[in-house]
Design a protein around this ligand. Structure first.
Ligand SMILES: [Fe+2]
Length: 266
């Protein structure tokens, strides 16, 4: 799979939310599926700070993009049960042409993950809980439960996906890359790190993520053989005051335009 870094576009809204657009050639994607778009958002953390206006802004901005698919890679809430239904009400306003999919994050497991799953499903957002689905002809989405505080079963998440099918795996925690076979072409979408949340010279986001979150995958693209990983830095914030803020690390909406290797016009 080739990921075209030279075709990245960036723009920032008045609310300070960055829109990053990547064009990705996805192995196995049929030519007739070429040029579809997936928008990834992550880590709302309702219950930390006051992210409602930000979330509403993100929902509106994502809908303006009119994506084929929307994926949400976990941490809807900071950890309180009472935030579950309000955040689901907000994200239920998301509108994708072909469907919205989600996995839960570690903070979601501190609230009420069963209530969150049920509320998301009721809002027509498909939770891929160690499961997969053919979301379009030849295109599969898989999702694994949170690696740290959930009950992840990666084998089950990938079970039955045809060997050569185009595959996108959702995992809140990017360390899933360490457990995947390098030979299998796939795109992995993760969140969790908030890009370090605060970008200062020391400790760097890399060191914060390495020692606090036990991951070296902080933000952007990583690769292991044929597996490509993108880490989205999220929307909200986490942590105790005064650390519950972003500094030089804006909220991000990521749009992936998927291109088929078989298409003639890429
Ligand atoms: Fe998070």
């Amino acid at each position: 799979m080739a990921e075209s870094m030279n075709r990245v576009e960036m723009s920032r809204s008045s609310a300070g939310i960055e829109l990053i657009r990547h064009t990705v050639e996805l192995a196995g994607l049929p030519a007739e599926q070429s040029d579809i778009t997936i928008v990834q958002i992550s880590d709302f953390h309702r219950g930390c700070g006051d992210p409602d206006e930000l979330i509403a802004n993100v929902v509106g901005r994502v809908n303006e993009l009119a994506p084929d698919y929307i994926v949400i890679t976990g941490d809807f809430v900071e950890g309180r049960r009472r935030d579950v239904l309000p955040v689901v009400k907000m994200v239920s306003g998301l509108c994708a042409k072909r469907g919205t999919f989600a996995v839960l994050g570690n903070h979601d497991h501190r609230g009420d993950p069963e209530l969150l799953r049920a509320a998301l499903e009721a809002a027509d957002i498909c939770v891929l809980h160690n499961a997969n689905m053919e979301v379009g002809p030849g295109l599969w989405f898989a999702g694994v439960d949170d690696l740290r505080e959930g009950r992840p079963d990666l084998d089950k998440a990938l079970e039955g996906v045809p060997k050569d099918a185009a595959l996108i795996l959702l995992s809140h925690i990017p360390n899933v890359l360490l457990h995947l076979p390098a030979s299998r072409d796939m795109l992995v979408l993760s969140g969790h790190t908030h890009g370090g949340q605060v970008k200062i010279p020391f400790p760097t986001p890399y060191l914060v993520c390495l020692f606090h979150l036990k991951t070296r995958f902080v933000h952007g693209w990583y690769r292991k053989g044929n597996v490509r990983l993108y880490v989205n830095p999220g929307i909200g914030v986490t942590g105790p005051s005064p650390l519950n803020r972003r500094y030089r690390c804006p909220s991000e909406i990521t749009e992936f335009r998927l291109i088929s290797p078989a298409s003639q016009d890429n």
